[in-house]
Structures are given as structure tokens and as C-alpha cells.
Design a protein around this ligand. Structure first.
Ligand code: SF4
Length: 396
């Protein structure tokens, strides 16, 4: 079987550069642990990276801001510094805001050897976008994705489960009011002009709003250990998740990043949380939602390349929300337990391989407890015990 070669990535963080306003949950300086980046030094390191790995698939990535929201002169300057160091295997990768994508920008991206565009969509659900002050509609988000994909560029989509508005009722209304007050002047630099707006958006969310039966989780989340801790109002969170999953399955981006929302000190979301207007997902909810996403994406053949915010984040800046240093590992453990539930019954003896054992025992055996609740009475056979047993068998 032919394996796709891994692309090496050299990231350059431009915290919130090109952003016309700070989003209600965002502080990129804290997320990227930026203690004052020396850009000249970063570009020098990027040049060395490009030279050192000649002949390998590699990209220099501009992350942490709205790259196409930067003045074109600034963009040209950054790209121009590195262009001479590119060979056929090297290219650029950028992250940007969906309102800063149009046909002109896409042409500029192609001319500038940008091969991958990651769009910070955050949510495709119109209600969530409104309540989170995102200033664009579902259709505009989808159009931006389509423009990237149809131009033959690699499309990455970033989503944030648990944004304001994902829950209905009074809480959602209050969140929408606050977010609208906050949206003072989001200047799109003229990008949302006729060319952009008139781009044909033939896509629409085909299905009606998802109805969730009272007390019932919509997607494989009927696990007794978390069941009691989730209220009916919280269950509506999953409605927007299903809308998002339907859009992603239809759009088929090349990859997805999932960043469950956390509350960072000093952000508008922090104020909303202090006033009781916003409640983040619990860690369990976030892990379950991301596990659901992984299952949906496996079926839709969409790669999930990241779940959870960086583990090096300054923890003192996090005031609430489902941040965990090994978030991705918790999701893997959740998926493993789901698959064991399919395969075994409560009284089974379950043989685990090394990797599975490590997942179950990691994080203070959090998922050992979960497994024992979901398959009470099951007995685990660790890989070492198994091989010792096999050795004894051979000696007899
Ligand atoms: S556009 Fe992205 S980087 Fe800029 S403020 Fe919003 S979330 Fe942060």
C-alpha cells in the first residue's frame, strides 16, 4: 500500500494580525504563548527549515491571525522573504477569516504559492454565528469554503464546539444580545463586496432543524456515566453539532480542527461567563462531542487533525471550559471504550494491546473508571500479562 508522505510544517504565529476586531473568545497571545515574537528571527528560522529539508513535502504556515486581512503589501513582504527558498515540494499554508476570502484573494493565494487555506469558521449554524458575533451567515461561510476548494487549494476548517448560541432558550437570547452589542465595527476592508456576495451559494442546510427527543442524545452518546450530568437544555447543544456535521459531510474539507470553546481571562466571553450568560461545555460533553465528530468524519472520509487547544497554553489564563492537556488522548480513549462496548459484554475478559492499555490507564485511569461503569464486571488483560501467559503456555 502506498503511504502519503507526511508534510513538515514550520509555523510562524502572527497573533491577531489582520483581524479587524477581537472575537469574543479569542486571545491569540495567550493561546500561542506569545511572549513577543521576533519576526525577523522567525523568518530566518523558516529559511533554514526550507533549506534543511529540501526534497521533502514542507510548508511554512502563517497562523494565529487573519492572514488575508493583512494589507497586501505586508502579505507580499512576508511571502517575498521566503519565496526564493521554495522548491517544488515547498509551499505556504495560512489561516484566515471566512470574510477575507474572495476570488481576487484566492488568485493572489495561488500566485503566492499558498497551497493550504484554513478557515476559522467556528460554526456553520446561523444561530450560533449570530450569538457569537461572527458577522457572517452560514451561506457566506460555505461560500468561502467552496471558493477555496474549487480553486484547487487544500481546505482546512476550524470549528469550535460549545460557542454561545449552541444552547437555546433564554441563555441563547442573552448571548446574542451581548454579542451584538460587542460587534461595533467589523470592517471587512471592502471584501464583502458584490463579487463576494454574488458568489453562487447553491448549498443550503437540507435538513430541518434537528429535533432531539427529550432526554435523548442524538448521536451515540447514551452512556450512563455522563447521562445524569447533562440536562435537557444542554442536549440542544447537539442540534447545532448535527447541523455542523451535515455541512462538513457535504463540503468535504480536506481536514478539520476542533477547538472546544474555553473561557479565557479578559475576553468578552469571560464577562459573559461572569454574568451567568454563558456556560461552556463540561469536559465530558466536549470529549463526547469530539468523539462523535471523529466517527462522523471517519464515515465522511474527512481527516480530523487536531482536537483541543494547545497543551502549552498558559493555564492561569483559563477561567472555565473543557481544557485538558491531553484532550486528544481523552477523545481516543472515549472512542476505544465505544468500540469495546460494541464488541464485548459486561462479563467479558478484554484483551488490550499496548496502545489501548496505555489509553485506558492514562490520565489517572480516568477511562478505566468509565469502562468499568459502561461494562461493569468486565476484566482487562494487560498486554504484559498476556505475553507472560503466552510464555507460560509455550513452556508447558
Ligand atoms: S479572527 Fe481568529 S485570530 Fe482574529 S480575533 Fe478572531 S479568532 Fe482571534
Amino acid at each position: 500500500m502506498k503511504h502519503k508522505t507526511k508534510t513538515l510544517i514550520f509555523p510562524i504565529f502572527l497573533p491577531m494580525q489582520g483581524c479587524k476586531e477581537r472575537c469574543i473568545y479569542c486571545d491569540q497571545n495567550l493561546i500561542t504563548s506569545d511572549k513577543g515574537i521576533n519576526y525577523a528571527e522567525q523568518l530566518k528560522l523558516a529559511k533554514s527549515f526550507l533549506q534543511a529539508h529540501r526534497g521533502t513535502q514542507r510548508q511554512v504556515a502563517f497562523y494565529g491571525g487573519t492572514f488575508t486581512g493583512l494589507e497586501q503589501g505586508k502579505r507580499d513582504e512576508l511571502i517575498g522573504e521566503l519565496r526564493d527558498y521554495l522548491d517544488a515540494e515547498a509551499s505556504f499554508r495560512i489561516s484566515t477569516h471566512p470574510l477575507f476570502i474572495n476570488e481576487e484573494i484566492i488568485s493572489w493565494c495561488k500566485e503566492s504559492r499558498i497551497k493550504t487555506v484554513e478557515l476559522g469558521i467556528q460554526d456553520f449554524d446561523g444561530e450560533v454565528l449570530r450569538a457569537s458575533g461572527r458577522n457572517y451567515t452560514t451561506e457566506e461561510a460555505i461560500t468561502a469554503c467552496r471558493l477555496v476548494k474549487e480553486a484547487g487549494l487544500e481546505l482546512g476548517v476550524q470549528l469550535m464546539p460549545g460557542l454561545p448560541g449552541a444552547r437555546s432558550g433564554k441563555e441563547g437570547e442573552k448571548q446574542a444580545e451581548t454579542a451584538e452589542r460587542h460587534q461595533t465595527s467589523f470592517d471587512c476592508g471592502g471584501l464583502a463586496t458584490a463579487g463576494y456576495k454574488s458568489a453562487v451559494c447553491s448549498w443550503s442546510v437540507q435538513q430541518p432543524p434537528v429535533q432531539v427527543a427529550k432526554g435523548k442524545r442524538p448521536y451515540r452518546n447514551e452512556h450512563p456515566d455522563f447521562g445524569d450530568s447533562v440536562s435537557d437544555s444542554q442536549l440542544t447543544t447537539h442540534n447545532s453539532q448535527l447541523v455542523n456535521q451535515a455541512v462538513v459531510a457535504s463540503l468535504q474539507p480536506h481536514f478539520l480542527r476542533l477547538y472546544p470553546v474555553i473561557v479565557i481571562r479578559g475576553t468578552v466571553l469571560h464577562q459573559m461567563w461572569l454574568r451567568g450568560e454563558y456556560q461552556p461545555l463540561s469536559l465530558e460533553e466536549a470529549v463526547h462531542q469530539c468523539a462523535d465528530w471523529q466517527q462522523v468524519c471517519d464515515e465522511a472520509q474527512v481527516k480530523v487533525i487536531k482536537m483541543g487547544l494547545p497543551s502549552q497554553m498558559d493555564q492561569s489564563s483559563i477561567v472555565a471550559g473543557p481544557w485538558h492537556p491531553a484532550f486528544g488522548q481523552l477523545v481516543q480513549a472515549e472512542l476505544l471504550v465505544r468500540s469495546l462496548e460494541q464488541e464485548y459484554s459486561s462479563v467479558s475478559i478484554i484483551k488490550l494491546d499496548k496502545k489501548q492499555w496505555a489509553l485506558i490507564m492514562a490520565n489517572n485511569k480516568m477511562y478505566l473508571e468509565v469502562l468499568q461503569k459502561r461494562l461493569p464486571g468486565c476484566r482487562l488483560l494487560p498486554p504484559t500479562a498476556d505475553s507472560a501467559h503466552a510464555k507460560r503456555q509455550r513452556q508447558v
